[in-house]
Design a binder for this molecule. Structure first.
Ligand SMILES: [Zn+2]
Ligand SMILES: [Zn+2]
Length: 412
């Protein structure tokens, strides 16, 4: 629709200056919509035509803004009120960046759409986006924090009608590395598959598959420092529950809904290590981000394992030399113990090096360097022929493993 005709028709409808100007939001730079509205009203009064070049700062008349709007219920008059309301809600949180969202009543949305259908939507901006922007600007000056459209620390969504505020506090991410010095600790909190954490007779009312995990041992202090509500633990691979890990395994701890973001990581690390002495130790804590989680998951670091083997029969040094031939590609069909969780297929994984030391007539210590995803236990026993070649087969006797430790996680 031609601009002057459109402006005249809209003015007749009884729009406030915000809503009138917003229908021309794409015209002119650096103006607020109510300023466009003032320009249009004045121009029409003076019987001027509405043209794009009219929308300039020097044409803004010094007039009072028109209210009593049939479209927006004068919500624009309450921008300051909403901004203060939100600022109070944000008070207890420590953050740098935020983004405002609003819920406008459905009826207003419909009215706006009807308006667009009749008068065109080419030059307009949605009401919602103007309200968000104006509240955002105001909140920003009130609390002296920045608006961030991409990755704000907090999303504040206000329901204009109900005057209800919802805050979405985005997680913080902290990178570190850990050693697990005790067997029997899982990496992450694992809920009982039967009761899903509620507690049942099967899990002894613990709700957990394993009583303790690295995640939970660390989480208490992380939550104490950040006042978050919960954690998610993102590890770079994981060792078995019964294996220790002396290789510093990278992880990212995600803290959900933290009230405090700026924390003293050195102090946190110290407290965690004191509390978990002899069980779990962490290193290199630093602030991280969501992208690093993907990096951790995609990284396929080589590992060095140490494993103690129990032999059935006495064995000569010469026979043990056969182990050296195992270096190369090992084919592993999905182990019986994880069969339920993983697709049944054959994986080819490299054994990069192997060394051994006889501890007694029937005890042997192996050190293996493997590619990521290598099933070490199955490589020892053969897993009923599912892993080939394997240690039992080469030594021509039944071999059992006694304990397993991860010595190194070769993460760059
Ligand atoms: Zn309005
Ligand atoms: Zn249970």
């Amino acid at each position: 629709m031609e601009l002057t005709k459109k402006a005249k028709a809209l003015l007749k409808l009884g729009l406030c200056d915000h809503c009138l100007g917003r229908q021309f939001a794409q015209l002119g730079h650096g103006l607020e919509n109510f300023e466009r509205g003032l320009i249009i009203r004045t121009a029409l009064k003076g019987k001027k035509k509405i043209k794009e070049k009219l929308f300039k700062r020097e044409n803004i008349p010094n007039l009072e803004v028109k209210k009593n709007c049939f479209l927006c219920r004068d919500y624009f008059e309450k921008i300051e009120y909403f901004a203060e309301f939100i600022s109070i809600g944000l008070k207890k949180y420590d953050f740098e960046t935020f983004l405002i969202g609003c819920k406008i009543p459905l009826e207003l949305k419909r009215k706006e759409e009807e308006l667009w259908e009749t008068y065109g939507f080419e030059e307009t901006e949605p009401m919602k986006s103007e309200i968000n922007r104006l509240i955002g600007k105001k909140v920003s000056t009130l609390i002296k924090k920045r608006v961030d459209f991409k990755r704000p620390h907090i999303n504040a969504v206000i329901n204009l009608e109900k005057e209800h505020l919802n805050l979405y506090i985005n997680s913080i991410f902290i990178f570190g590395k850990y050693n697990k010095l005790e067997r029997g600790i899982a990496q992450t909190r694992t809920y009982c598959p039967i009761c899903k954490g509620r507690g049942c007779s099967k899990c002894n009312w613990e709700g957990r598959l394993y009583k303790e995990s690295v995640q939970e041992l660390l989480a208490k202090k992380f939550l104490k420092f950040t006042k978050g509500t919960d954690t998610k633990f993102h590890g770079c691979g994981r060792e078995d529950v019964d294996a220790r890990c002396f290789g510093k395994r990278p992880f990212v701890m995600e803290i959900l809904e933290p009230e405090i973001r700026k924390i003293n990581l050195k102090k946190l690390q110290k407290e965690i290590n004191k509390k978990n002495k002899g069980r779990v130790k962490i290193f290199n804590l630093r602030f991280s981000n969501k992208n690093e989680i993907r990096k951790l998951k995609e990284a396929k670091p080589d590992k060095v394992y140490r494993i103690i083997l129990k032999l059935e029969k006495k064995i000569s040094r010469n026979e043990l030399k056969k182990l050296d031939k195992l270096v190369g590609v090992i084919k592993q069909r999905t182990p019986i113990r994880v069969e339920k969780r993983r697709a049944n297929l054959i994986r080819k994984r490299k054994l990069k090096s192997i060394s051994w030391k006889k501890l007694s007539n029937n005890k042997l210590r192996l050190t293996l360097k493997t590619e990521a995803g290598f099933y070490v236990k199955e490589f020892i026993t053969g897993d009923e022929g599912r892993t080939k070649p394997n240690v039992s087969e080469v030594l021509n006797q039944k071999v059992e493993w006694e304990n397993l430790d991860v010595l190194k996680v070769l993460y760059p």
